[in-house]
Design a protein around this ligand. Structure first.
Ligand code: IVH
Length: 717
């Protein structure tokens, strides 16, 4: 938010503004100044909210606004329709309202080669319980490199448009989307078509339109966009819809979210139906009956790639039958019924200027290549990952080398190889540091006690004394999927840590109280305007109540990403219950440990890391201090189905005949049940097929409800 400026106080005059006392302004001069202020404030808003790169301090920004208000007060008749005072209260990062997606907007799994595509098809057959060679029709279509959007049509009228956001919640961009000519404001529906539907697809900018736009922006002295995707994103996220209207955006519809009734039985016919409604759909969409045909389509699309007027980064395959899509459902982040077959990565050659060693929140030392900036597939790359020290040694990467860099999609660019014939004669092998560059503690590679293998990652042993780890933990704590505190980003955290204001998570929530008593309050710091401080404290307060998955993720435990955090939340329901289970699980022989590692999707490494985290007294103290400032909401399952098995713990054992094990499990979970691999007192239902052994026996001993597969299917209807 606030950028530190060197000059302690810059007057508006120095910043280039006319400071004639308002009382002395003539009407014409006042009108001209209001026009200039409107334009100037809008520009700073864009730098701040959209580019995340403010040019002036918050104090200077506040001064511009104050001046604007003062003139408006004196000349009420001159208030402009685009007056910045109409937009007061737009808080950082929330220029748009939020929209909850009733059906989450997910991402796609990736296939990188033909074997992955074959695996995709066989896992579908397995899941559906089909024969190994059973025909499965699959649709292929280009993967558009744009931004996904969800368009809600009610009775054929566009009523809401939302970006994907984090998949659960996006931004309301309805006003902007209404201006996009490629997106119909009303659909031509026929009999039997759904009255409510979320049409989903990709907004993008054609390459030719992108070049023309950049030329225009460049000629006006404005900032140009690096690639069509950024141009599309920047154009959509405009606060002023008239700006979006002037941008040449395109759209392809390719799937849907909530839908009142399905007017088709296959993906292909559904997309054709989109077409009859007036929605643009991709003309390269085809249906295939075999892997060979799918792969042929992939190479055909890759061959035509340079001729297309839009960027694509692969081919998406989707199971054609919609009843199968429904049965296949979703894994945590992606559907089982679709996959993206990515194109080979793009490469370029550049020079390695330096190797930076960064320290992560768990102490991992990560080498980062600093490159002479180079364009790889339309994106300027100046950093690349070097993975770890073994990788540097294996590829014998030296500072000064000329290297091939590769970039595939959103993946961090990598160094593929060194061009040895271009190596400068004095280039020395890289010496990897054995101490942490941030705190000087030893940096070590541990051995796995079980396998005896050395960890590839060298870690700082400084723990709590290492400032880099502390800052990274705090950054993680406020990051988007964690506490997501508006206006408190990586930059502010680093500053607050450096001046001692925030050294642990709980400090964030006592910042306001301490600031009021402080001898050096933020108000006295340059760059912090009164408005920005008030906004920051309000944003912090807004997060005093937090959802359980976010809370768990925010703790920054190794191996615990958002989906593990959500799984834990779903299984334990509340922080209290989770903490109690972690305590009990410290004893690896306890039932609590078995239960934890039994959760589908939680591996032993994650389970270990969580239990160990909570067994450390300083972590526990940090959590307790935090809990005296924030309230963690109990987990609420996303408002979906309630069924006869919601909340029940189910164990499947023996052979299932009608469903595959994974389908049975997925189906039970979809109905709100928890599926466990072992039988205990907490089990509610055991579904036993032929060949069930010890689990069935235990269930009988415990007097649990035991169902046959048929009983189970009847129960869930
Ligand atoms: S289908 C349930 N089809 O790729 C997910 N996605 O990597 C359905 N994308 O978020 C997505 N072209 O933004 C689908 N033809 C296409 C696509 C496509 C581009 C994007 C989409 C998605 C991302 C996942």
């Amino acid at each position: 938010m606030a950028k530190k400026k060197k000059a302690a106080v810059r007057t508006a005059d120095e910043a280039g503004h006319d400071e004639t006392p308002v009382a002395e302004l003539g009407e014409a001069v006042a009108a001209a100044e209001l026009a200039r202020l409107a334009e100037e404030i809008a520009r700073h808003d864009a730098r701040y909210y959209l580019d995340d790169a403010p040019e002036i301090s918050d104090a200077d920004y506040d001064r511009l606004r104050a001046r604007n208000s003062e003139i408006e007060k004196q000349f009420p008749a001159l208030v402009r329709s685009d007056s910045p005072s109409e937009r007061v209260g737009v808080t950082p990062g929330s220029a748009f309202g939020k929209v909850a997606h009733s059906v989450p907007m997910l991402s796609l799994g990736n296939a990188f080669d033909e074997a992955d595509v074959a695996d995709f098809l066989s896992s579908i057959r397995r899941f559906l319980g089909l024969e190994a060679e059973a025909p499965v029709a699959v649709v292929s279509e280009p993967k558009i490199d744009g931004l996904s959007i969800s368009l809600r049509y009610q009775d054929g009228e566009l009523v809401q448009a939302a970006t994907r956001g984090d998949g659960r919640e996006g931004e309301d961009v309805t006003a902007n989307v209404r201006t996009i000519a490629a997106i119909p404001n009303s659909l031509t529906l026929g009999d039997g078509d759904p009255t409510t539907i979320d049409v989903r697809g990709e907004i993008f900018m054609e390459r030719s339109a992108f070049r023309a736009l950049n030329e225009r922006l460049g000629a006006d002295g404005g900032k140009t966009f690096a690639n069509p995707r950024n141009a599309a994103a920047g154009s959509l996220r405009q606060k002023d819809p008239t700006v979006t209207a002037a941008r040449p955006l395109s759209f392809f519809a390719y799937t849907w979210g909530e839908i009142e009734r399905l007017p088709a039985e296959t993906q292909f016919t559904m997309i054709a139906r989109f077409g009859t409604w007036g929605l643009p759909t991709n003309p390269l969409t085809r249906v295939h009956e075999s892997v060979e045909s799918l792969i042929a389509a992939y190479w055909e699309i890759e061959r035509t790639r340079p001729e297309l007027d839009y960027d694509i980064d692969g081919v998406v395959y989707k199971v054609d039958r919609l009843d199968w899509q429904e049965r296949l459902g979703f894994r945590s982040r992606a559907p089982r019924w679709a996959i993206a077959h990515k194109f080979p990565a793009e490469q370029a050659t550049t020079r390695l200027l330096d190797i930076d060693i960064q320290v992560g929140r768990t102490g991992a030392l990560t080498p980062v290549a600093k490159l002479e900036p180079v364009t790889v597939g339309g994106v300027v790359v100046s950093n690349a990952t070097l993975h770890n020290e073994d990788e540097i040694a294996r590829k014998d990467i030296r500072i000064g080398d000329t290297v091939t860099v590769q970039r595939a999609g959103d993946v961090i660019p990598q160094i593929v190889e060194v061009l040895l014939d271009k190596r400068p004669t004095k280039a020395e092998p890289f010496v990897y540091p054995l101490v942490c560059p941030a705190c000087g503690s030893d940096a070590v590679r541990t051995r796995d006690p079980k396998t005896g293998r050395e960890d590839v990652v060298r870690r700082c042993t400084g723990g709590l004394v290492c400032p880099a780890q502390a800052v990274e933990r705090l950054k993680h704590f406020v990051s988007r999927d964690a506490f997501d505190i508006e206006g408190l980003g990586a930059k502010q955290i680093a500053t607050f840590y450096a001046d001692g204001r925030v050294t642990r998570p709980a400090d964030i929530f006592t910042l306001e109280k301490r600031n009021a008593r402080s001898s050096s309050p933020l108000e006295a710091e340059d760059g912090w305007g009164a408005t920005s401080i008030a906004n920051l404290f309000a944003a912090i307060d807004a997060r005093r109540t937090i959802e359980l998955p976010r809370f768990v993720y925010a703790l920054g435990i190794r191996h615990v990403g958002t989906s593990t955090a959500t799984l834990l939340a779903r299984h334990y329901g509340s922080w209290g219950a989770l903490a109690e289970a972690l305590d009990a699980a410290a004893d690896r022989d306890a039932a609590a440990w078995a239960h934890l590692v039994d959760i589908d999707g939680i591996g032993e490494a994650a389970a270990d890391a969580i239990v160990e985290f909570y067994a450390e007294s300083h972590n526990r103290r940090a959590v307790e201090d935090l809990l005296s400032e924030v309230t963690v909401d109990a987990y609420e399952a996303p408002a979906t189905v309630t069924s006869s098995v919601t909340g029940k713990t189910v164990v499947f054992t023996g052979t299932l005949e009608q469903l595959s094990r994974s389908e049975a499990k997925a189906q039970a979970e979809r109905l709100g049940a928890k599926v466990s691999g072992s039988v205990s007192k907490k089990t509610d239902i055991v579904v036993a097929g032929p060949g069930a052994g010890s689990k069935l026996k235990k269930a009988e001993e415990l007097g649990l409800q035991v169902l046959s597969e048929e009983d189970w299917l009847a129960l869930i209807g």
